[in-house]
Design a binder for this molecule. Sequence first.
Ligand code: DQA
Length: 150
Amino acid sequence: MTRPHILILHGPNLNLLGRREPEHYGDMDLAAIDAMLRDLASELGVAVESFQSNHEGALIDRIHAAQEAGVGGIVINPAAFTHTSIALRDALLGVEIPFVEVHLSNVYRREAFRHRSYLADAAVGVIAGFGAESYALALRALTQYIQREG
Ligand code: DQA
C-alpha cells in the first residue's frame, strides 16, 4: 500500500510566525513547524507537503491540484480566511478531500469576529489553542481518520 499523502496548508500572515504577535501565536517559526510535521509524518508513516500563501486564489489552486495528485487529507490553518472565505470552503467541498481546521490560538477566547468559521462545519474536526502542537494533533487525528475510512 502506498503511504497516504497529506497536504499542510498555511494561510495569510503565517509566514510571519515567530515574530508575529507571539502572545497569540508562540515563538516557533513556520519552517520549524513544517520540520516538526515532517518528522511526525515519518513516525506516522504518511507523506506530507506544506504550502503557505498570503493569497486566497493560490490556496484554492493548491487545493484543486491536491485532488489531481490524489492527496488523501488536508490539514489547513486558513488564518484570517477562516472568517471570510466562502471560496476556500467551496474549494474544499469541491475536491471532497477530508480536512482538519487548525488554529494556533484559541479563537473562541478572542474577538467575536474570530468565532465564526466558514469551514468548520465541513471539516472532519477543528483543533485550536495549542500553539504549534495544534498542527501535530491535527496530523495525528487526520492520519487515523484516513486509515480508518480509507
Ligand atoms: C489563526 C487565528 C485567526 O483568527 C488569525 O486570523 C490568524 C491565525 C490561528 O492560528 O490562531 O491569522 O488562524
